[in-house]
Design a protein around this ligand. Sequence first.
Ligand code: ADP
Ligand code: MG
Length: 254
Amino acid sequence: MSTPMVRAEGVRKHFGRLDVLKGIDLTVERGQVCCLLGPSGSGKSTFLRCINHLEKVDGGRLTVDGELVGYRQQGNRLHELREREVAARRRDIGMVFQRFNLFPHLTALENVTEAPVKVGGVSKADAREHAHALLERVGLGDRAHHYPAELSGGQQQRVAIARALAMKPKLMLFDEPTSALDPELVGDVLDVMRQLAADGMTMVVVTHEIGFAREVGDTAVFMDEGVVVEAGDPRQVLADPREERTRAFLSKVL
Ligand code: ADP
Ligand code: MG
């Protein structure tokens, strides 16, 4: 078996006295889509933020592509990563948030070329060519020169996905990417994510879209109060959960 893209073993995180992650165990294999579900406050965003170096893990072991998050191994010694090393690792991970966070003063195309040119060392011409292809891929080939304010929420979110893909990440994290959208705009965003999954991208998706989780997820993970309550095949976890807490949650979101 190849190295998993993400492996969490007993991952813990607290904020002051608040234990937010109380020992998360979870594995995401390469090319798989892991859908993370659970009530508000259960620690889903915190877990994604740990994967992406936005929060520091307090305990347990978290690896991305076989490398311990936050540390570099040298022989059998661990060294905390320097800022520059963290930045380099983060470049391999794309993240899409609930709010699109596009630069308002840049066009769709410029939003997508910004990081590759500024931090990726890519030439402007190459970045533009790649960005056009990415905008095409998310169905916005004809919106390249529009500003965020001229785009719908769903279109902005698709630009955000294209922007994350511009750095050619090996892992994509989505934190409730459709929660802030009007219902009629959700489908287009999910379609782009579905296509990305079909193209083999490894994805961790926090979502309340049960249909998406069932169709696209290779695994569904139900979290509550900082622990994984239940994980497995989405068709089982979402249709016939073993745990009462999963059942109670699903009856509320369905
Ligand atoms: P979810 O995404 O599942 O809704 P979060 O990971 O956002 O849950 O939050 C889990 C808990 O951690 C919540 O009680 C939240 O208030 C708390 N929390 C998250 N981030 C911080 C922070 N930076 N400082 C203090 N508490 C935090
Ligand atoms: Mg959250």
